[in-house]
Write a protein that binds this ligand. Structure first.
Ligand code: C2E
Ligand code: MG
Ligand code: MG
Length: 544
């Protein structure tokens, strides 16, 4: 049973990761979708309000035009000819239902009623504007059972068609049109839904989010009209779930994709590490040696061991795979592999040339790893090498945990190793920190070497780094010397420095390095260097 469940257990964290990222993606998508939806709702409400306001202005304009024309009639009041005139006007109008004449608060005649002998009394207007315009919203009509908004001025009245806005319905939005004195907030609702209060602001536009509604008011002072448009948030949700759901799904899909890509990376890292582990076991990883020279005369005084690994025919950069190996806890194995190969391949050369040194690169975890120290001690003892012949390079990054770094460096130096701070200038080291670390040699990062002979601002840092090294009695190795000009620059410094770079030689196999050393007519020992330069090149007293 347990056996059968094993694959499920194994895949559980992956399933959880995918589920979690899918949920997070979906939630972010929901938040984003909602904000897109609100912004699109607002845009839509704005344009709908504008459309309604324009229509309201044209309806009220038509009413005003008809009232003025009736008031200007030259015919006898309520004569047959005047009613005929008003009928013609009504015929032309698009949004009016009736035009009538009033006198002493009574409707005397209209296009529909003709001459009303009963002289119908007009109700009290809800609003009377300063120019005398009377507004009668929702007024019962004499001719039918219906109700409509009536507007009058002087001796004329018009009935506005209650269906004037019917073509502009746009669910889920609802609207109401108000007419009156905008500046004094004295408004009457003349169209639309009754369950909304009049706008209480004479600002051109306002938004309100209250009582589960999103509402927009738009007012036009000149025409005395305001439009309120609103929708309940529930209705908005229902109408725009398409967008929210789409963005939410997209977010969820992206979340799942990120999880799967992450898992794929993890698998690749794991398979990379598995391949590296196999390559180390099968001795397929190579160690190359890059000469380190005395720049004063170009003679090789040391070499740096650098790993080389080809996986499936592709060269994998060492800084990449050593970094992944460090994360996966496999870096110590690489360090010991390189150390074993250095002792094996270069042991004899080192035994014959007491002053020659090979440096190896280690990582932060090596400093706390007893296996590393055992490998160092036993390797050197078996091969009959002196600790100062194996230099230890630590990058600035590896010294970030200062307590462990200080302790580890002290331990290495107490055993007689020469400790180098690698890629100096790119990391954390400040002047005082360098003092605390108590190393022997400073390797200046090749980023600074590149600036020599150019106008780059950082070129001014080079003399500062050199000064710093001198103050701390550190020997200097300049990394990445590629050109004659760079070599010249460092040759002419007031202090002797070591150099490493393509100008002097690329990393080569152990055999090739041995040939280079033979051709150099025996190795220039660091003791000779000391005599030549007249000053010790390192705290350890070994020259570098
Ligand atoms: P590093 O320790 O600073 O090694 C020097 C790097 O600079 C080497 O790159 C070398 O090939 C390159 N180099 C040397 N001269 C020049 C030059 O004139 N111009 C340029 N552009 N580059 C030059 P490589 O071998 O690719 O190594 C890169 C890094 O990988 C090393 O930097 C080191 O941090 C790491 N690494 C290499 N081998 C090992 C190892 O065995 N263990 C550990 N932990 N790290 C290693
Ligand atoms: Mg190095
Ligand atoms: Mg370096």
């Amino acid at each position: 049973m347990i056996e059968r469940l094993r694959p499920v257990f194994r895949t559980m964290p992956i399933v959880l990761l995918v589920a979690l990222l899918t949920l997070v993606g979906g939630w972010l998508g929901h938040v984003l979708g909602t904000s897109i939806r609100i912004s699109s709702d607002r845009q839509e409400m704005t344009s709908y309000s504008q459309q309604l306001l324009e229509h309201a202005v044209s309806v009220v304009g038509e009413a005003n035009g008809a009232i003025d024309a009736a008031n200007a009639s030259h015919y006898t009041f309520c004569s047959h000819a005047e009613i005929e005139l008003m009928r013609n006007m009504l015929f032309e109008a698009r949004n009016l239902k009736d035009i009538g004449r009033v006198r002493d608060g009574h409707l005397v005649c209209s296009t529909i009623l003709g001459n009303s002998s009963g002289r119908l009394p007009m109700p009290t207007p809800q609003i009377v504007l300063p120019d005398g315009t009377r507004i009668y919203p929702d007024t019962p009509l004499a001719v039918s059972n219906s109700r409509a908004t009536v507007v009058g001025r002087g001796n004329a009245n018009v009935v506005i068609d209650p269906r004037a806005f019917n073509t502009l319905n746009h669910p889920p939005y609802r609207y109401a049109i108000f007419f009156g004195d905008v500046q004094n907030d004295h408004l009457a609702r003349i169209f639309g839904n009754a369950d909304i209060a009049a706008p209480l602001s004479n600002r051109a536009e306002t938004w309100r989010l209250a009582d589960g509604r999103l509402r927009r008011d738009t007012c036009d002072t000149a025409s005395g009209l305001c439009v309120a448009v609103w929708a309940s948030l529930d209705d908005l949700d229902a109408s725009s779930n398409g967008i929210v759901n789409a963005v939410m799904l997209l977010g969820a899909a992206l979340g799942a994709l990120v999880a799967l890509v992450g898992i794929d990376f993890r698998r690749r890292d794991q398979s990379l590490m598995a391949r590296l582990s196999r390559a180390l076991s099968r001795e397929e990883v190579m160690v190359l040696y890059q000469p380190v020279v005395n720049v004063a005369d170009g003679r090789i005084v040391a070499a740096e061991a650098l790993v080389r690994w080809q996986s499936n025919g592709d060269f994998v950069p060492p800084d990449i795979f050593t970094a992944i190996a460090e994360q996966k806890g496999m870096a110590g194995r690489i360090t010991r592999y390189v150390l074993d190969h250095v002792i094996d391949e270069m042991g004899e050369t080192l035994r014959r040339h007491d002053g020659f040194r090979v440096t190896i690169n280690i990582v932060a975890s090596d400093l706390k790893d007893p296996k590393f120290f055992v490998a160092l001690d036993e390797g050197l003892r078996h091969a009959g090498l002196k600790p100062r012949q194996i230099g230890i390079e630590l990058t600035e990054r590896s010294t970030a945990d200062s307590t462990a770094a200080i302790e580890g460096i002290a331990k290495l130096r107490s055993r007689g190793h020469v400790v180098y701070i690698d890629d100096f200038g790119t990391g954390y080291s400040s002047l005082s920190y360098l003092g605390e670390l108590n190393v022997d040699v400073l390797k200046m990062d090749r980023a600074f070497t590149r600036t020599v002979g150019t106008d780059a601002v950082t070129v001014s840092i080079v003399p500062q780094i050199i000064d710093m090294a001198i103050k701390h009695h550190l020997a200097i190795v300049v990394e990445g010397i590629e050109t004659e000009a760079q070599a010249d620059y460092f040759r002419n410094l007031p202090v002797p420095v070591m150099g490493q770079g393509w100008y002097y030689g690329k990393p080569v196999s152990a055999d090739r390095l041995k040939k280079l050393l033979e051709r150099q007519d025996g190795i220039v020992t660091l003791r000779k260097d000391r005599k030549r330069s007249g000053r010790p090149l390192g705290k350890a007293g070994t020259g570098q």
